[in-house]
Design a protein around this ligand. Sequence first.
Ligand code: SAH
Length: 495
Amino acid sequence: MKGKVTLVGAGAGDPGLLTLKGREVLGRADVVVYDRLVGEGVLAMMPPGAEKIDVGKRSAHHPVPQDEINEILLQKALEGKNVVRLKGGDPFVFGRGGEELEKLCERGVEFEVVPGVTSAVAAAAYAGIPVTHRDCCSSLHIITGHARAGKPLQIDFDALCRAGGTMVFLMGVSAMPRIVEGLLGAGMPPETPAAMVESGTTAAQRRCLATLGTLPEKAAAMGIHSPAVIIVGEVCALAERFGWFDRLPLRGRRIVVTRPRERAGTLCSRLRALGADVLEYPCIETVPIDPCPELDRAIGCLGGYEWLCFTSPAGVDVFFGRLGALGLDARALSGVKIAVIGTGTAGALLLHGLRYDLMPEVYDARHLGELLAARAQGRVLIARAELGSAELTAALDGRAVAYDDVAVYRTVYASPRSDELRHELEDGGRVFVTFTSASTVKGFAGSLEGAPLGSVVGLCIGRQTAEAAGKLGIETYTAEKATIDELIELAKKIN
Ligand code: SAH
């Protein structure tokens, strides 16, 4: 059976600009063929099992020639694969999407196109430039500034000036002085507002606000480089007032997120929405203990427990996973009261349709233990990580509460690699790192063995986590409550 190719626009860089349809299609891909301009955040959404082909760079930074890309798409589809061709911005806005469809059409391969948010509009929007505005322009022109080697630009500057709308030039960084010259030559006033936006919609975005007359000098002084859009027109004058992106509270701040990848999503996207430059650096993974006879035994006699106690969302997920595998569901817990350590765990529980009966004021093991010890009259089942905090069980021991402390998953250290992070640490610049458990601290230090940690600023979710970080000489700050909300508040406060 023949496969299918879907051209998907990845948006201009910010992963939030991938469309819902794009994400859905990407999630089902067998093969993803992507290029240079696709944002890192979108690349991170590629399904782990998919074959990933980077046609943006090969040896010595040379991209794979277009013919070869067309051939790869065709061959993979003929092998019966579900192929996603992921392209920066919109696939048809100077994206050569049309060329890629030609061959597929000829060979009768099925295809679809998912449009994307083009940089022509998105980079402008993030720079505070509405590409049209009723007061000052009635058309929008998207123009390529690319010229074939040694050939002059193929742009009709007179026509553009006559039309008088907003102009957005893509692929125009090196030709920018010639574009400006062409527009001035066609009679456009040098005081016309103009701008360049580099790496628009990403944490690395920089904007250069100028006039047509001053753009070449200003852009050169800032060292604006590709990818960047050039915008010319009255709307550029609005950028100072409308420049919302540069005013975000965490704008430009690099923040490392060390949570396991499957749990990092919300934290990462919320930090990004506040303008942070997030580095996903998962330092731990949670692995269910399987087989786990102790858990099976406990599930077999749930009626014998007064309380079931969870100290993490992972514990909740593993417990219910096993319950389901044994052919049971939440009804098996009727009559059992449930204690959780904090709101994150409560949220995970709610996903299984259950509310908690007990949650401490302070979301840590000691407070949970003390509260539970004061309430419990019968036996307690604790489903948590191997090597969980002894403070929980010590509090129960203190009041002679009977319990079964069952290790249902273990934390293993992942070994993420980031040469960039290592260099930043070696250079001694402040590096902000979020730690959501003592194990993320340990995993972080382990993954960077040998690198100095003196310039790390640890944003810690709770006391125990902060203690672990403090022991490594990390400057630490602790969230007011052990929640993702408060961790984000902390990130906003610390400079
Ligand atoms: N299909 C893409 C454009 C591909 S042409 C789209 O719709 O956005 C490549 C050009 O797009 C670059 O030279 C640059 O001018 C522009 N570009 C792409 N991503 C950009 C970004 N994040 N910021 C600024 N310009 C970008």
